[in-house]
Design a protein around this ligand. Structure first.
Ligand SMILES: Nc1ncnc2c1ncn2[C@@H]1O[C@H](COP(=O)(O)OP(=O)(O)OP(=O)(O)O)[C@@H](O)[C@H]1O
Length: 367
């Protein structure tokens, strides 16, 4: 799958721009704050329906305008798609695929598959569990729209349970209602948990293979899913039972906190390099390589699940990787469309012989 072209109107600092991409390597060069990440963001929203930088759609509308437009022509292995996204201040965004408006289940939208690697991704290792949970949720949602659907349902029930806990003075008065929420939470929560465990195990195996190649066999990478529910049985029924029991056991402390502490929304993953916890002991370079391996592993998973390759977006990361890692990247993914942004100090010699197109970005204009 590749993006053939994109049209932007009033999107961030782009007033009106049309870009025709090469089906293989595209390099966007420009000084800081010219619009390189904005361009990748416009491609990203054609995949996820939302930005990777903001939760507010209106942030993407040009400061001086009240609406913006993104149109992208996607060439797939089997089908081509024309994705259009319109955003207006104070109105829900509208998404059309091949001129047909998505009315319901917009959350199930997945028009394009992308894997993005940006300097921000280091947060996945360095920051708190929220970043890692977010990473898993985003990636599994891209692979399986039903996961996203379940996640939305789960979050709604969680919110309702938490509101009830906050207003509970006497547990007995609300016990029946709490038990209904617990039943639903454990049921949907177990489906979510099973997917997260499965995804982490698969990602760990593929990411380790990539990590070993990049580090010439010197380092091994291992991802471990850490749950507050007993998942040791690996059996769905038993996990659901443990989930329910823990909700029941911790009810008093949940009421005291006004918050539900049991469930995948409180889980984490641990990322080990040579059996050492990378969050605490790995160098910045090792952490970056670990994240790169995890991101590249997603390419395999998307290919396997969707039967088509994703587009790889590399936001200003090439200069942070050493030449071995850059070479690995450019040599390994020969079939993919890769869209790279970089400041204009990058050495273009490394791209010699590649099927590529080079663009320059200056103040919201692409040359
Ligand atoms: N809604 C908006 N309307 C107009 N301009 C915006 C909007 N949002 C962001 N910008 C501007 O877009 C510019 C470019 O942002 P972008 O993040 O794409 O830069 P970049 O080229 O990737 O830079 P860097 O190399 O520093 O990462 C910034 O100057 C920013 O102020």
């Amino acid at each position: 799958m590749y993006v053939e072209g994109i049209s932007l109107i009033n999107f961030r600092n782009y007033m009106k721009v049309d870009v025709d991409f090469n089906s293989r390597v595209n390099i966007f060069l420009g000084k800081n704050a010219q619009g390189k990440t904005n361009l990748l963001e416009s491609i990203y929203i054609c995949s996820f329906g939302k930005s990777f930088r903001t939760n507010r759609d209106k942030d993407m509308i040009n400061f001086k305008k009240d609406k913006c437009y993104v149109g992208a022509k996607i060439i797939g292995k089997d089908v081509d798609k024309f994705i259009e996204i319109k955003m207006e201040t104070d109105k829900p965004k509208r998404i059309r695929i091949n001129k047909i408006e998505l009315e319901k289940n917009r959350e199930l939208f997945s028009g394009l598959n992308v894997v993005i690697f940006s300097p921000e991704d280091l947060k996945i290792i360095k920051d708190g569990p929220y970043e890692r949970r977010n990473f898993l949720d985003r990636e599994i949602s891209q692979l399986k729209p039903v996961y996203k659907y379940n996640l939305n349902r789960y979050n709604k029930i969680l919110l309702q349970r938490n509101n009830l806990l906050k207003n509970t003075k006497n547990i007995e008065e609300n016990r029946q209602l709490i038990e209904i929420f617990d039943f639903q939470l454990a049921k949907i929560g177990t489906d979510i948990l099973m997917e997260k465990i499965k995804f982490t195990e698969k990602l760990s195996i593929i990411a380790n293979r990539i990590h070993e190649s990049i580090t010439n066999g010197e380092e091994q990478l291992f991802l471990k899913y850490i749950s507050n529910v007993d998942i040791s049985s690996k059996n769905k029924k038993l996990i659901e039972k443990s989930f329910k029991e823990k909700l029941k056991k911790d009810l008093k402390s949940d009421v005291f906190r006004g918050n539900t502490e049991t469930g995948p929304h409180r889980d984490d993953i641990e990322i080990y390099i040579n059996d050492i916890d990378s969050k605490i002991f790995a160098s910045q370079g090792q952490q970056r390589t670990a994240i790169l391996s995890m991101k590249l592993a997603e390419i395999d998973l998307i290919q396997e699940e969707k039967g088509d390759s994703p587009v790889l977006l590399l936001d200003d990361v090439l200069s942070e990787l050493d030449s071995n890692r850059r070479k690995y990247l450019l040599d390994t993914f020969k079939e993919l469309q890769i869209i790279i942004t970089s400041t204009d100090t990058i050495d273009l010699k490394e791209f010699e012989g590649l099927d590529k197109r080079i663009f320059y970005i200056e103040n919201g204009k692409v040359i």
